[in-house]
Design a protein around this ligand. Structure first.
Ligand SMILES: [Zn+2]
Length: 135
């Protein structure tokens, strides 16, 4: 029962002692004497090469899947940055919830100042978050 590795070993190690009775009859100086060891080594190397090829295919698939995932994440981050950039303007333009008839009243002025400070503080937080994301 010889396989391709035995055949390859036989080609690599031709018998030069004219023995036709298997390994036992070869002189140790004859290539035929070493066929079994070399065939076994070729077989082991072939199995290792096949294992590495399979591993390489598996890793290539995982790598490709990671690249797709990264591209999706980049797109998502880009969309979030656009949303965050727009949020600053949206906060700055938030309308008053309560309109005072007498805008000069103390309560009306306090409300407007509080509204303004809250908008500015919120918008600053958005700008800071956007800046962090751009780094
Ligand atoms: Zn021989």
């Amino acid at each position: 029962m010889s396989d391709k590795y035995d055949d390859e070993a036989a080609k690599l190690l031709p018998c030069d002692c004219n023995n036709r009775d298997g390994r036992e009859g070869h002189f140790s100086s004859c290539g035929g004497y070493w066929r079994d060891e070399v065939g076994a080594r070729l077989r082991a190397d072939g199995a290792e090469i096949e294992r590495l090829r399979t591993l390489d295919k598996t890793m290539a698939k995982a790598h490709n899947s990671n690249l797709v995932e990264m591209a999706n994440m980049r797109e998502e981050i880009g969309q979030l940055k656009v949303q965050l950039a727009g949020l600053h303007g949206a906060i700055m333009n938030l309308p008053l919830v309560v309109e005072f008839v007498d805008t000069d009243s103390t309560v009306g002025q306090a409300y407007r100042l509080g509204h303004r400070d809250a908008r500015h503080a919120s918008a600053e937080l958005c700008a800071a978050a956007h800046g962090v994301n751009n780094e």
